[in-house]
Design a protein around this ligand. Structure first.
Ligand code: AMP
Ligand code: ZN
Length: 139
């Protein structure tokens, strides 16, 4: 599998750094974002290291989409947001901060005024862990 020893998401895939894991299969992994833009913000990543959409094998993109659908439904069932965005960023102009392909599953509340390029602010770990349990209960 393609991997990059300096990549934070490759380290999560390898179990070298911790994450609030939601679900995984052979090709994909979903876990909580540690700088949640909103409650329930999570990420679906491809396990192999591909920096951007342009590098992704189509069948791997399909696998990520299947997991994103599953996770989005669980987030919707657990947290009942007013809406939900799937966000996928490529390159500095799109504010991509981790060059390992991923999709944000981003629950939305009416009036949250979340900009497309939101600021990264560390979340409360205990609150993130508790939200992860609520989502996992719906998976
Ligand atoms: P992007 O800016 O679109 O590349 O998104 C990368 C996301 O990864 C950001 O929302 C970060 O908060 C998130 N992130 C970075 N490091 C970690 C980590 N160790 N665990 C969970 N999420 C992370
Ligand atoms: Zn990587």
């Amino acid at each position: 599998m393609q991997t990059d020893p300096n990549c934070i998401f490759c380290k999560i895939v390898a179990g070298q750094i911790p994450s609030f894991k939601l679900t995984e299969d052979a090709a994909t992994l979903a876990f909580m974002d540690i700088n949640p833009a909103n409650e329930g913000h999570c990420l679906v990543i491809a396990k192999p290291h591909h920096p951007t959409l342009y590098d992704m094998p189509p069948e791997l993109l399909a696998a990520v989409s299947v997991t994103a659908l599953k996770v989005a439904k669980a987030v919707n069932a657990a947290l009942k947001p007013d809406g939900l965005n799937l966000v996928q960023s490529n390159g500095p102009g799109a504010a991509q901060s981790v060059p390992h392909f991923h999709v944000h599953v981003l629950p939305r509340r009416l009036g949250d005024k979340l900009p497309l390029n939101w600021e990264l602010k560390p979340g409360d770990r205990a609150a993130i862990a508790a939200t992860a349990e609520r989502i996992k209960a719906k998976l």
